[in-house]
Design a binder for this molecule. Structure first.
Ligand code: PEP
Length: 264
């Protein structure tokens, strides 16, 4: 495949960038509808980035209606691995798809920190999401203590090998990976482009070793952690950064749309 020049990057294969907004536990149904509508109206006429909105469960259907017929895609913020049954409070992959989701965030560090998510549960959730056609956005990342102990790459390798355990190349090829250093999430402290690129490159090399270069080269690796309109351009210029998972700055249409415009 010929080399393709895009935004200063020499790429051997096109990866459409992705910008995903994780609204976390924010927005009532009416607020979510208003935000989705504003984002839809503000999208550029020609879009060369995949844009994803992840509202809370309660607003999924309403946001699905707001974005119907637009290039925006809907994601769940989490999912359970069973299809149905006595699992109070849980939402199945089928239910997410039924509500209009095309993607689902799995293994976000807040799920790991507050809800006991582990690499083993991440693995089960990925394996449950794929058969119903959901694209998992699999979150990995080290804590500050792990980074300071020079354990970052070992932690990433362990999260990948346990989280993706048993997945074949065709399944891995359907994932999006989000590298989100825990110390950068919601802290205003962003990884430098060099720090992020080092880990993104490591992830791609790790995937290449496990599932081969074609899958690894085609897979999108997003950066997440205090992404703003001010830092997205520099981050997305790094060769292995294929867009962003955005928390705080996705809660306002203006900042999110700026990130969409610059994050490619
Ligand atoms: C996130 O929720 O995945 C995230 C990166 O949050 P923030 O952008 O607020 O750091």
């Amino acid at each position: 495949m010929p080399n393709i020049q895009r935004k200063g990057k020499i790429m051997t294969q096109i990866r459409t960038p992705m910008v995903a907004g994780n609204w976390k536990m924010h927005k009532t149904v009416a607020e979510a509808q208003a935000l989705a509508r504003e984002i839809r109206r503000g999208l550029p006429a020609s879009l060369d980035v995949d844009v994803v909105l992840a509202p809370p469960y309660t607003a999924l259907s309403a946001v699905a209606r707001e974005i119907h017929g637009s290039p925006l895609a809907l994601a769940g913020q989490d999912v359970f691995w069973e299809t149905q049954g006595a699992y109070t409070g849980a939402i199945s992959p089928l239910m997410l798809a039924d509500a209009g989701c095309r993607l689902v965030i799995i293994g976000h560090s807040e799920r790991r920190q507050y809800f006991g998510e582990t690499d083993a549960t991440v693995n089960k959730k990925i394996k449950a999401a794929l058969p119903v056609g959901l694209t998992p956005i699999v979150c990995i990342g080290e804590t500050l203590a792990q980074r300071e102990a020079q354990e970052t790459l070992a932690v990433i390798a362990s999260q990948l090998s346990n989280g993706l355990l048993g997945l074949g190349p065709s399944e891995v090829g359907r994932l999006v990976i989000a590298y989100e250093p825990v110390w950068a999430i919601g802290t205003g402290r962003t990884a430098t482009p060099a720090q992020a690129q080092e880990v993104h490159h490591f992830i791609r090399r790790w995937l290449q070793d496990q599932v081969g270069a074609p899958v690894a080269e085609g897979l999108r690796i997003l950066y997440g952690g205090s992404v703003t309109p001010e830092n997205i351009r520099e981050l997305s210029a790094a060769p292995d950064i294929d867009g962003a998972l955005v928390g705080g700055a996705s809660l306002k249409a203006e900042s999110f749309l700026k990130i969409v415009a610059l994050g490619r």
